[in-house]
Design a protein around this ligand. Sequence first.
Ligand SMILES: [Zn+2]
Length: 355
Amino acid sequence: MSPAFHPRSIKAAALVGSGLASFARTRRADEVSILTFHGLSEGDGDPAILDWALHLPVEVFRSICCMLAKDYRVISMADLIEARGRGTTLPANSVVITFDDGYASNYELAYPILKEFDLHATLFVTTGFLDGDDMLWFQRVDLALGRTRKELLDWKINGKTLRLYLGTRELRQQSLMRLMPELKELTNTDLLAEVDRLEEALGVGEPEIRDLPKSLRPLTWEMAFDMTLSGHVDIGGHTHTHPILSRCNTMTMRAEIAACRERILAEIGELPLAFSYPNGGMEDFTRETLLLVREAGFRAACTTVSGRVNEDVSMFQLPRYGSPESVWEAEATVSGAFETLKDWRQNCVRAMSMI
Ligand SMILES: [Zn+2]
């Protein structure tokens, strides 16, 4: 299905077409929106992977950048950090573009578009992934379910048995969606052991990084350095191996954050200013994580909790919107139209209850 016909995009198109987005853009001009992207994809996607949610079609990203360049002011994380630190005002309708994980498609597909529209982005990279040491654990799960010859697997996890149907690509995608939330419940050590066991049970070995499908390949450090020299990109941290930090003990958490910072400093020649928490939900980091990130010298950190950045939010829990699926969704998001509509609905319900 084309992203343009996704129900959220249809709602967004109505908000843009009705003028609500431009109304909200004026009313909420002093709030900052941060957008999260991951990889980008070309054509109809790569049949070698099951989960396409993290790989936005490049033409959608291009149309979003075109809209942002025309009607918004794209600023860097450094601009946001400096303005909040000094108490200065940011330009009206400021937007920050971010990418998580560190995919090669950030360089191959996103970077030329950023240059074309003279926009800036922050890339939050998983440094061990760029080092070429390890692929990300969720990539291994995707490839194991996608490559196995088995058609059925009964998998015991978290005290239950999941019957994973693997007979068709669609069934494999559904099985992946059922398995992932269960895996995210495990401690980091148990999760990695579980992925090993899963590969064994499915009869697939751990893939080498060079065998990764094109869309899953990491950036190289050369690509990252090249982009930072242009001034269109800065590099932020996203841990060393992408564990969910709340599922790690203190020693691992500290080591993941510190190694990430050190590798970026060594390869880019600058300390990263900002960090993003893997998975990024409120349950995916703890108060201790915030302290360790600050202690490591980061000056801001992003979640994946939707919301707008205003004076009230902590610089170590910056809300971010997920990747929009269409230019309408992007516009309804950054303008604040979705929130404005929600506020109106709540006010309406309140007013009706008083009648
Ligand atoms: Zn990530």
